[in-house]
Design a binder for this molecule. Structure first.
Ligand SMILES: *Cc1c(COP(=O)(O)O)cnc(C)c1O
Length: 417
């Protein structure tokens, strides 16, 4: 991948107040920013489509896409236009009043996902928290579980966010250690193991909460039949099936939702990341009326959830997905990605898993850590991030071209060589 240096500044978009270079900015962060991240040493100053540009004007192909928050690329014109228009009219009302954008957002998001009702929130973790609360309320109000006895069954190696309740059912010691005491009421079973789930679900179970594909764990794709099995089991045992589609959903895997790869309709979907178009945090719990209908005024809320700017951007995102173009691109280009990665197996790649434009690539640990490979990729003009040891996650914007994708695979080959 070539990394051409842009010398001209056609839109005058470089901030004239930015007098410090990348190295200086990285050093400046050190004493004043909490150290809860270990970013690659690149300081991004602007971006468009699949490309980002650093402070010095070096360009990089973005193969992470904000952990799938940028499914439509950076600054997609339709999304930017929707945001600009809304910024000029109304940005926030709180839910104390109605706003004129929320009805359309909820109607179209429900229609896109085949669900009845929408609970708008902001971040992914809030959608998960809200899903947990709704499931518990449903268990008490509808299923008849005795007060404070509801359980939720989750999978090992899950990633659902960072709040205290969510890390309570994480199996990642780094995410948990030092943050207790933890919220009770969760049972962890191995992922992709229906027999273990069968045993864990009992009359206290409000819901099974899983990712249809485990992203942070390394793009772990369950066996064919697993999701249908979870649906059958939860139906038979009378509990809810909540699918966390925050990373897997909204086009990434070649379908609107990753659960659609099997004939499966969960009771509740958790959406986030790409729902905000890479512009504002927008998340939602989307579900059947029998489930989301358990909430009454005052029982749950959010100052920013469903704000008109978020609703306008979210509606524009739904509009892009209604065309089917991005799902189609992810499916078609996903073939190119898969073929390209297959060609690297034995040449530094020990194995990979992919669905649509989403791949977890296991690198031969002898060649370096995932971090080292990511740094080498960066020097090749490609930004990607390791997850768990020597796995590199690839998740480019769905707007990527075949040529760019082939270039990215070529850069990975070089980084491994
Ligand atoms: C990113 C993510 C979350 C949390 O989203 P935030 O917006 O970071 O709070 C939850 N679930 C999954 C599957 C995710 O990938």
């Amino acid at each position: 991948m070539t990394a051409p240096v842009r010398t001209e500044d056609p839109q005058g978009a470089r901030d004239p107040r930015q007098t410090r270079g990348s190295q200086e900015l990285i050093r400046a962060e050190e004493p004043v920013l909490a150290h809860n991240y270990h970013p690659l040493p690149v300081v991004v100053a602007r971006a468009e489509g699949t490309w980002v540009e650093d402070v010095e004007g070096r360009r990089y192909l973005d193969m992470l896409a904000g952990y799938s928050a940028l499914n439509f690329g950076h600054r997609h014109p339709a999304l930017i236009e929707a945001a600009h228009k809304q910024l000029d009219r109304l940005t926030l009302t709180s839910r104390a009043f109605h706003n004129d954008r929320l009805a359309e957002f909820a109607e179209r998001l429900a229609a896109l996902t085949g669900m009845d009702m929408v609970l708008p929130m902001n971040t992914g973790a809030e959608a998960v928290e809200s899903g947990v609360k709704v499931a518990r309320k449903w268990a008490y109000d509808v299923k008849g579980v005795p007060a404070d006895r509801a359980t939720i069954v989750v999978a090992a190696d899950n990633f659902h966010g960072r709040t205290t309740t969510i890390v309570s059912f994480s199996t990642d010691e780094t995410a948990r250690a030092g943050f207790g005491p933890f919220t009770p009421g969760f049972r962890v079973v191995p992922y992709n193991d229906l027999a273990a789930m069968e045993e864990a679900v009992d009359e206290t179970t409000a819901a099974v909460l899983i990712e249809p594909i485990q992203g942070e764990a390394g793009v772990i794709i369950p066996d064919a039949g697993y999701l249908a099995g979870v649906r059958e089991l939860t139906h038979r045992k009378g509990c809810l099936f909540i699918a966390d589609e925050i990373q897997s959903g909204l086009g990434r895997t070649g379908r609107t939702l990753a659960v659609e790869h099997e004939p499966v309709v969960p009771d509740v979907l958790l959406l986030g990341k790409a729902l905000g178009g890479g512009i504002v945090p927008v998340s939602a719990v989307v579900g059947r009326r029998e489930v989301l209908g358990v909430l009454h005024p005052g029982e749950h809320g959010s100052t920013f959830g469903g704000n008109p700017l978020a609703a306008a951007v979210g509606t524009a995102v739904v509009e892009l997905l209604e065309t089917g173009e991005f799902q189609r691109r992810a499916a078609e280009l996903g073939e190119i990605l898969r073929d390209g990665l297959a060609g690297l197996v034995g040449k530094g790649v020990v194995g990979f898993r992919s669905r649509g434009l989403w791949a977890g690539v296991d690198i031969d640990p002898a060649l370096g850590t995932g971090r080292e490979i990511s740094e080498r990729l960066m020097r090749q003009g490609v930004l990607a991030k390791d997850t768990h040891g020597s796995t590199i996650r690839l998740a480019p914007p769905l707007t990527i071209t075949a040529e760019e994708l082939t270039g990215a695979v070529g850069a990975l080959e070089k980084a491994l060589g």
